[in-house]
Write a protein that binds this ligand. Structure first.
Ligand code: PLP
Length: 386
């Protein structure tokens, strides 16, 4: 560090120039991310609440109340207004917290968690941190977890099952009602990772799409990850962990005796925690309401069908499967997908790459012109390399 700092204007100039290297949502370059440009209202609120610390609730009682209300609003969206939980740094922290609770509630010292092969890598982190073993179950022909195989994997050492409502690679929804029945029958903890789908699936029925049950309506569901910083239009960081009831949350609670305002209890991994995130989510849920989010989902899904149709009409590439949500998996028999992604990146388009496909997430920032120019590039690249 230099002895003398630079003037503010110079720092800003340098910073703005250096940040130009980053991809931007508005440009349509970001086509593979599950995050999106936050709604302006949320950004405004976030920046005015930067000093709020939910890790010190005695100092910010109003922020604590707003977080509680926002969690209740989310709970009611997920069929349980009595759900409790917190806004955390993201889906990773939410999934770790869920398995932390599951492990603490396990009566004997069980250590196996059955997860779909499609589970996000955050479960590997959770298992590593918590001393658990992941038992991975292969998908069926529709890319959902094979529930018969889940049943076969249950042993006296199983403590939890995980289902995904919006897989990372393809946006697939596991048969959560079946997983719920299995969990109830075997008295196992069921965690649903709806980091992506939690802000998409609740609107499907009203939009006339396939209604896929995945939430607290199902009696076996003990906890749900739902991320406002994905389809919820919130600024990063905003993950969400919701528990069916206080009893479950208490299993990860730690007393903090020394903070202002007296004894307090924390049920999150981190201590100091962004109050700005929670307040911004409260404002988003209150401002957009079901109607606002439904419109966002409809726009994304309309665009998803258009992209999917165009891919189906191409010869060299095809859909991995018909999209369930606003995530499109594109594969090719003759072209290496890594080369495809690299060529797209050379043209300024960032997509995600999985072993056998590229992923386009049709997020709220993606517009028709972006999809059209992506398709144009894709066609040119395919011609060039075949
Ligand atoms: N769960 C799913 C299904 C995801 O797709 C992701 C990220 O893409 C996560 C969890 C982790 O979320 P985060 O990156 O916010 O930690």
């Amino acid at each position: 560090m230099n002895e003398k700092g630079l003037p503010k204007t110079l720092v800003l100039q340098q910073l703005m120039s250096r940040l130009r290297e980053d991809f931007t949502y508005d440009s349509g370059q970001i086509l593979g991310s599950m995050c999106t440009k936050p709604l302006e209202l949320a950004t405004q609120i976030y920046t005015t609440c930067l000093e709020k610390n939910l890790g010190d609730p005695g100092l910010f009682p109003a922020t604590v109340k707003l977080e509680k209300e926002a969690i209740q609003l989310l709970g009611s969206l997920l069929s349980n207004p009595n759900a409790c939980g917190h806004f955390v740094s993201g889906g990773t922290e939410a999934n770790i917290t869920a398995l932390w609770a599951a492990r603490n509630l396990s009566k004997e010292k069980r250590n196996e968690v059955i997860v779909p092969a499609s589970a996000h890598y955050s479960f590997d982190k959770a298992a590593n941190l918590l001393g658990l073993e992941l038992i991975r179950v292969k998908p069926n022909e529709r890319f959902q977890v094979d529930t018969a195989a889940v049943k076969r994997e249950i042993t006296s050492n199983t403590l939890a099952i995980v289902g995904i409502a919006g897989t990372t690679d393809l946006g697939i929804v596991d048969p959560i009602p079946e997983l719920s029945e299995i969990a109830v029958a075997h008295e196992l903890f069921l965690h649903v990772d709806a980091a992506f789908g939690g802000f998409v699936l609740p609107f499907f029925k009203e939009l006339g799409y396939a209604n896929l049950d995945f939430d607290f309506k199902l009696s076996g569901v003990c906890s749900i990850t739902v991320d406002p910083h994905k389809m919820g239009l919130a600024p990063i960081p905003a993950g969400g962990i919701l528990f069916r009831n206080e009893e479950i949350m208490k299993s990860v609670s730690v007393e903090v005796p020394y903070l202002a305002g007296g004894n307090t209890v924390q049920s999150t991994i981190i201590g100091t925690r962004s109050g700005a995130s929670a307040v911004a989510v409260w404002a988003l849920l209150t401002h957009l309401g079901r109607e606002g989010y439904r419109a966002v989902v409809k726009r994304c899904m309309d665009l998803t069908w258009k992209l999917a149709e165009a891919i189906e009409n191409m010869e060299e590439v095809s859909l991995v499967t018909k999209p369930v949500m606003n995530i499109v998996g594109i594969k090719s028999n003759g072209i290496d997908v890594h080369l495809l992604a690299q060529k797209l990146r050379e043209r300024g388009r960032a997509v995600s790459v999985f072993p056998n496909h590229i992923r386009v997430a049709v997020m709220p920032h993606v517009r028709l012109v972006h999809v059209q120019s992506f398709l144009k590039d894709l066609k040119n690249i395919v011609k060039e390399i075949t």
